[in-house]
Design a protein around this ligand. Sequence first.
Ligand code: COA
Length: 243
Amino acid sequence: MSSSASGLFQLVDSVGEMSVDSPFSNPAISFSVCSQDDLGWFQLHPLEEQAMGEAVSQKRRSDFNVGRAAARRALEKVGFPVVTPVLRGEHREPLWPVGIVGSISHSSGVGVAAVAWQQDVPAIGVDIQLIEERYTDELIARFADPDEFDWVRSDPARRTERAVKLFSAKESVFKALYPLRKVWFAFDVAHLTPSVSEDSFKASVRLPAVSSSVIELDVGISYFDGNIVTGAVLKQPLPPPAK
Ligand SMILES: CC(C)(COP(=O)(O)OP(=O)(O)OC[C@H]1O[C@@H](n2cnc3c(N)ncnc32)[C@H](O)[C@@H]1OP(=O)(O)O)[C@@H](O)C(=O)NCCC(=O)NCCS
């Protein structure tokens, strides 16, 4: 998948025979997918190998590889000129080359990554979650506020899908914001409002340690092989940190 002459990206990637829609509608964001069966071309950079660590399980090795492979492709697509390792910060956040923002997620042998130039997009988060029947009321209440909880439960036929969308969207929001200020936050600081067509959310985050005003993000949703993929984009750069 390559960028067009105008520097904009096709909003779809492919893995094996399957095409995957990007959850991002902003054409400045490069979105890539990589599966365990599609790693023949890929080798971790030695510094990525070091960042992963030696004593890791086979599953962790596989997740790390598909995530880094998707990141490598996304960086190529955005026009990053050299192969650069994507290392790990103190709290597991990916460390992108200077000038780049991005995010990584993995699920069941598939890795997804989203990357953009910081001058075009202030922050991005991406998440992939399997659609599975494990969302009890107790579990939903751990990440949904009362309004979100009512929305998830108000249509029994769509309950699981809504729960996965909401959970994944909150993970994407976290992944977008955390690397900017390294402030950890729980699910209750973000309130998500679904669009009528349920293919996106507006996210409002109240995080006084980071900003005195409400932080707003757009979260897009796509589907891939029994998974939901969400992509969060910060709408405005955060204010500079208080001195
Ligand atoms: C950090 C967290 C978001 C990772 O999500 P996950 O479902 O466990 O795993 P995923 O496969 O989707 O994503 C893993 C990737 O997230 C990225 N990641 C991990 N920690 C991160 C952080 N602090 N900030 C940004 N990205 C992070 C990494 O790239 C990681 O992959 P890697 O280790 O191979 O590099 C999750 O474990 C977590 O702690 N969530 C609680 C915080 C939260 O969501 N608060 C509510 C916000 S409304």
